[in-house]
Design a protein around this ligand. Structure first.
Ligand SMILES: [Zn+2]
Length: 85
């Protein structure tokens, strides 16, 4: 199973962090293009180009949307050889 996490990087402290997750690659691509064009995508989890960040030292920074990060997760398999364990 693939998931995409919207990644931002703070201009002030340099920390990267994830904000939104979707399993829909088409939606990730669409919202990425809309963010680049600064056009509303109409999707509820659509990332914006900028996001506020509370830095670890108390500073307040502006973070840039730098892209969707793909994560591949293994499917949960409760049974093996027909037995629940
Ligand atoms: Zn920061």
């Amino acid at each position: 199973m693939k998931e995409y996490k919207a990644i931002y990087k703070c201009r002030k402290c340099g920390k990267s962090f994830g904000e939104a997750i979707t399993g829909d690659e088409r939606l990730a691509r669409k919202t990425l293009i809309c963010a680049c064009l600064e056009t509303p995508s109409g999707e509820p989890m659509s990332p914006t180009l900028y996001f506020p960040h509370s830095c670890d030292n108390g500073d307040l920074g502006v973070a840039d949307f730098i892209g969707w990060e793909k994560e591949v997760k293994e499917e949960f398999e409760p049974y093996e050889n027909g037995f629940l364990f």
